[in-house]
Design a binder for this molecule. Sequence first.
Ligand SMILES: [Zn+2]
Length: 372
Amino acid sequence: MCENKNDIIKEFRIYSLATDPIYIGTGGYTIGRVDNTIVREPTTKLPKIPGSSLAGTWRYYVTLEIHKYFTNSDYRIKRENRKDKKDIFVNKAPKWVNNFVDNKYVGIKCAGKDDDSNINFDEAGDRGTGHCGHCIVCKGFGFSKKDKSWQGMIYFGDLNILLFPVFTREGTKWVTTEKSLIEADLLKNKKGDNEVYVVKEETEEGADDFLNLGWLYLSYKKEKKCISLDKVKIDGFRLEVKDIVIVPEKLFSHIVNSNLEVRTSVSIDPITGAAKEGALFTSESIPRGTVLYGKIRIFDKSVFAGISSELSSLPSEKYLESALRDSKHFFETLGIGGMTTRGFGRIKLELTPCEGDDSTQFEDKGEKNDAE
Ligand SMILES: [Zn+2]
């Protein structure tokens, strides 16, 4: 499951916890009673956080993080300051900010859409507008100028729903599938001693009991599996194996889609302060408490720097990794997606290096558990 087959591409697993409902809108589709619908995986109809949203938001947060270390409060370093590099960043700036030489061109405009893309690359660094094309943000996330485009070095995958909270008569349970647990390295295909609820595709003889997952009333069996939830212990969030319900693949999408958070809102008439006639609308979102999982990869193109003049001065994988780590705290305050000023969007992310041998580490631990 880990594709770290060489040294120049480093893969990371992302485990994340929604601390607010997450709304990433599709813009304009109405499905059934919902006016403002969210992005879904076309093949499974499961809501997700697309890699493009993650990339765009993280680009902004890396830029914000760098800005914190500017010696002045300007949003772009003044041209005259760049010659004397020591005036650019404060002393305590981390290496990925201070030691990457081309960060002397960075500015807040390196985030977001390039508003000055029709100029040549050589001019870009000296202007106060648009993507500078030089800094760790532009090199890491990519840029496009009139005469030169750069793909970037960080590859973002989608964040998919791994564990989805549903209220049942036995309290809140987190619904998942065997496939996603294996993919996220939480379940091993071997004997274990963690007892979980398993819902089978057909009601079979000898079911232990029934459980209501939203409007679905399903029979389950308690089975012993080899599950470790250490990786989804995100901050104070402690999910217990006994609260997990494994359901068949084909039911998962139904359970998720019928248990999304749906809010009905109304526009307020500014004159009367009352609800505006005909301005009722509904929006859906991924509920708080959902655990999502995805992967990102960093392609360390800095090893090629010098071979071609085009690729000179590139940040190392280590610097890019630090940039992502040091800036991810913004997801916990500013969030991702839409309606972040109305109680939506906050999410906690954990970045775990995808080691080639991490599955064996898990196995060792499992055996230790068995022995205990
Ligand atoms: Zn830049």
